[in-house]
Design a protein around this ligand. Structure first.
Ligand SMILES: NC(=O)c1ccc[n+]([C@@H]2O[C@H](COP(=O)([O-])OP(=O)(O)OC[C@H]3O[C@@H](n4cnc5c(N)ncnc54)[C@H](O)[C@@H]3O)[C@@H](O)[C@H]2O)c1
Ligand SMILES: [Zn+2]
Ligand SMILES: [Zn+2]
Length: 346
């Protein structure tokens, strides 16, 4: 089959590899019809996340069940499914607590062995371990493009807004309007903020944030976001600040814009240790929550999509065949052509 392979040095190539086979009773084989490139895929190219040379890239995907092992109960060949980026057994103590990120048998698609790596979704087929716990059925009437993001970035954005403990009427600021920040804006809207602020340095992404429900946008390349947010709240600060970039500037922006007694939620991944002053946290009386996306709400998110309350399809700026994956990675990685999200169709 065709697959996008990491060359071990900083780029990807299209290669021919054996089609995956069922290896365990709870496995399924999915024929991937839709996959997306994620910022984490770029971190593999930059060497920040390890994937072995010739490893298959990709962890965001949807498709059709091709084959199931004897112990798969929920799926049969022909079912349309979306996958979570994490692999979880669904049965260990952590999974039973709803903490898939701490699954004893956990792992990730398209990541190296140290991350409990499995095959990648940027391929024609993918073996899904623990298929009953990793896959989610796509409801009739919804397209793969509508639901593709529930397995990663939309779950991250939903968790980011949940960890912010937003209350109706809150002023909420989301730092970062990349795919994750935009999903956070769309999810934050669900909790009923009075003012939803989106902060980024790229105007075209701020325009997308407006389309997804932001009331106010701030371009941090031109305006000091924290000062602006303080000004618009009469000096008080926002109730909730969400970090969806993973940079020192945006974390400082959150700390500088949130009110005393406010909440900070962090989903940006910091490629370095960023120190925070416990003295400042204590004096500002802050609640801070952070985490790696725990993909437990796929069905809930699909029902919101199905009811027309969430629509992330405006994120899709490019649709390309898998054969053009090298060019797709170039566009996504260079943020050219006003790219937000690239869909690959194997
Ligand atoms: N917690 C999780 O489980 C999880 C899951 C997926 C992604 N992530 C992380 O979320 C972060 C965002 O992911 P993404 O795919 O949207 O990445 P991205 O790089 O596409 O988006 C980041 C955005 O931040 C903006 N930005 C950069 N510097 C800024 C500044 N100083 N002020 C305002 N905006 C600034 C960029 O213009 C860009 O639009 C990354 O750190 C990623 O690793 C976390
Ligand atoms: Zn991802
Ligand atoms: Zn488990």
């Amino acid at each position: 089959m065709k697959a996008v392979l990491f060359d071990g040095k900083g780029s990807v190539r299209l290669g021919e590899v054996p089609k995956p086979k069922l290896l365990a009773g709870k496995d399924a084989i999915v024929r991937i019809t839709h996959a997306a490139i994620c910022g984490s895929d770029l971190n593999i190219l930059k060497g920040k996340i390890v994937l072995e040379k010739d490893g298959i890239m990709g962890h965001e995907g949807a498709g059709v069940v091709e084959e199931v092992g004897p112990d798969v109960k929920k799926y049969k060949p022909g079912d349309r499914v979306v996958l979570s980026y994490t692999v979880q057994c669904g049965e260990c103590a952590s999974c039973r607590d709803g903490l898939f990120v701490f699954c004893e048998h956990g792992g990730m698609f398209g990541h190296g062995a140290q991350w409990g790596g499995h095959g990648g979704a940027h391929a024609e087929y993918l073996r899904i371990p623990f298929a009953d716990a990793v896959l989610e059925p796509i409801p009739d009437g919804l397209t793969e493009e509508q639901v593709l993001f529930v397995g990663d970035i939309l779950s991250t954005g939903y968790m980011a807004s949940e960890y912010g403990s937003i209350k109706p009427g809150d002023v909420v600021a989301v730092f970062g309007a990349g795919p994750v920040g935009l999903c956070t804006v769309a999810a934050a809207r669900l909790w009923g903020p009075s003012v939803l602020v989106s902060v980024d340095t790229l105007d075209y992404r701020l325009e997308a944030a407006k389309r997804l429900g932001a009331d106010v946008t701030i371009n941090a390349a031109r305006t000091n976001a924290a000062e602006e947010i303080k000004k618009m709240t009469g000096g008080k600060g926002c109730d909730v600040a969400i970090e969806a970039v993973g940079s020192a500037e945006t974390l400082d922006g959150c700390l500088g814009s949130v009110k005393g007694g406010g909440n900070i939620s962090i989903v940006g991944v910091f490629p370095f240790a960023k120190e925070m002053s416990i003295r400042q946290i204590l004096r500002q009386q802050l609640q801070i929550r952070a985490g790696r996306a725990n993909v437990v709400h796929m069905a809930r998110l699909m029902s919101l999509i199905g009811r027309g309350k969430l629509d992330l399809t405006p994120l899709i700026t490019h649709r390309m065949p898998l054969a053009d994956a090298v060019e797709a990675y170039r566009i996504f990685g260079s943020r050219s052509e006003n790219v937000i999200k690239v869909i690959l169709n194997p």
